[in-house]
Design a protein around this ligand. Structure first.
Ligand SMILES: CC(C)(COP(=O)(O)OP(=O)(O)OC[C@H]1O[C@@H](n2cnc3c(N)ncnc32)[C@H](O)[C@@H]1OP(=O)(O)O)[C@@H](O)C(=O)NCCC(=O)NCCS
Length: 188
């Protein structure tokens, strides 16, 4: 299935390539501030980045959505990741995101998460998108609430107490912020 590249006001979201993994490891998976509230899979930062990359590839191939590397339009640097993941056991499609520490507090997570959700509803025609947050991850709650996600239930995920959020297609406000989605044609 085709991969897509998304563009927001400040960012390009490009399906990840193996060349992105060094940046992901350094800026995300090896930073305890960034991994504090994400599931501990008992992997090294490199293994975890590879797991995320491989999962994204499977998603893009099988479902027509997956992960993106987040790139700063100003300087071309990769500073994060986000995406949509299908869970076979529940049928949920889960939104995820993480930014390098220096990019927090600027509204960028909300900007890129909104683009992922819009793509999921507009292009993939998903009926609903979910998100899973540990209660202590206040910053992530903020992102979801700004997007209009609503509380669903409490539960356990990867041995952690978590809160499930969800948004249905009809509930989502597209807003007027800049957004573009186009098929991704990697350089050969
Ligand atoms: C979760 C995470 C992405 C949230 O990042 P964030 O910077 O708080 O979220 P945003 O980019 O939407 O920025 C919101 C903040 O920027 C401020 N802001 C500045 N300009 C803004 C703008 N144009 N629009 C919206 N918010 C803006 C907001 O007031 C808010 O600040 P506050 O938290 O002091 O209220 C980040 O903490 C992270 O990467 N964590 C590690 C990975 C992780 O936990 N992922 C989620 C797993 S569920």
């Amino acid at each position: 299935m085709a991969k897509y590249i998304l563009e927001t006001e400040r960012c390009i979201l490009r399906p990840p390539t193996l060349e992105d993994l060094d940046d992901w490891v350094k800026k995300l998976f090896a930073d305890p501030d960034v991994t504090r509230y994400v599931p501990n899979r008992h992997l090294t930062p490199r293994e975890d980045a590879e797991r995320a990359f491989n999962e994204s590839e499977i998603m893009w191939t099988n479902y027509g959505y997956g992960g993106w590397a987040i790139i700063d339009k100003d300087d071309g640097q990769i500073f994060g990741r986000c995406g949509l993941t299908y869970h076979e056991d529940t049928g949920d499609v889960e939104l995820g995101y993480g930014l390098a520490r220096t990019y927090w507090g600027k509204g960028i997570a909300t900007e890129v998460a909104r683009a992922c959700v819009r793509f999921g509803f507009e292009v993939v025609k998903l009926p609903q998108i979910t998100a899973v947050v540990v209660p202590e991850n206040i910053a992530s709650w903020g992102v979801l609430e700004r997007l209009g996600f609503v509380f669903k239930k409490e539960g356990i995920y990867h041995d952690q107490n978590v809160v499930y959020y969800a948004i249905r297609r009809k509930q989502f406000q597209y807003g007027d912020s800049f957004y573009d989605a186009r098929p991704f044609a990697p350089k050969t």
